[in-house]
Design a protein around this ligand. Structure first.
Ligand SMILES: NC(=O)c1ccc[n+]([C@@H]2O[C@H](COP(=O)([O-])OP(=O)(O)OC[C@H]3O[C@@H](n4cnc5c(N)ncnc54)[C@H](OP(=O)(O)O)[C@@H]3O)[C@@H](O)[C@H]2O)c1
Length: 224
């Protein structure tokens, strides 16, 4: 496997890069700003300049890669079109180039509650709505995929075990970004992760479970 990580300078993306390297997978980091990428990411990582809103920048980036992990997300902004451009069209652009390149597995970091139109997070220019449209596009693309919907993201670990369930079953909770990165990377190695939407949080009372059972307990996603 060789991985392209889109959003590799993000707080989750850079943890995905680190988790892939821990497993000795060759990684190409897709970053908007090469200087920032060089400063943030380990020197062994190959960097490539991408902007997901510019399809031309993505074609060369994906070449020779076999798996693609997308951890992009609109940065907070007054630009009302940003979540549409990044979280919807940008992800759709990645799906399109992944199909042409014959990517074997596409892992998308999405969010809990994307199916709830009246969720307060949609006050940020309908970001959940646009993430859901990107999910549907990926689901209908014919690619092998795993959609990972985390709860509120934390930079530091918290005690507790991973709760992993199917689509539209969890509505609140938090999870360290490191745990999200582990789930995203583990999905590449588990056949049971394919064609699934997994919702993830951590709970203090939840016992630790081995990665081998994480995905097998979640049903295959329905196509909408
Ligand atoms: N925050 C939460 O509690 C929460 C909860 C659930 C789900 N999520 C979702 O989880 C994902 C990861 O969140 P995070 O907080 O770790 O992300 P983040 O730190 O905000 O990073 C976002 C990444 O997306 C990149 N990006 C933005 N626009 C781009 C574009 N046009 N082309 C290429 N890359 C672009 C950013 O690049 P630059 O570094 O160049 O800006 C950055 O690498 C996001 O989709 C987020 O919406 C977040």
């Amino acid at each position: 496997m060789r991985a392209l990580v889109a959003g590799a300078t993000g707080a989750t993306g850079r943890r995905i890069v680190a988790e892939l390297l821990r497993r000795e997978m060759p990684v190409r980091a897709g970053v908007r700003d090469l200087a920032k990428g060089r400063q943030m990411l380990p020197p062994s990582v190959e960097l490539v300049a991408i902007d997901v809103t510019e399809p031309r920048s993505l074609r060369a980036a994906v070449a020779d890669c076999t798996v693609l992990l997308c951890a992009t997300g609109a940065r907070p902004s007054w630009n009302v079109t940003e979540p549409w451009a990044v979280d919807c069209c940008g992800t759709q652009n990645l799906v399109d180039v992944a199909k042409v390149a014959g990517i074997d597995h596409f892992v998308l970091v999405s969010s809990l509650c994307v199916s709830q139109l009246f969720h307060p997070l949609n006050l940020f220019w309908f970001i959940l709505y646009w993430k859901k449209q990107a999910e549907l596009y990926l689901q209908n693309s014919g690619l092998n995929y795993t959609i990972v919907r985390p709860g509120g993201l934390l930079n530091d670990p918290i005690p507790g075990g991973l709760v992993i369930q199917g689509a539209d079953t969890l509505f609140e909770g938090r999870i360290p970004r490191q745990q999200v990165a582990r789930v995203c990377v583990e999905a590449l190695y588990q056949p049971a992760a394919r064609q699934k939407i997994v919702e993830i949080i951590t709970r203090p009372e939840q016992p630790e479970s081995p990665p081998e059972v994480w995905f097998s307990q979640v049903p295959v996603a329905s196509h909408q």
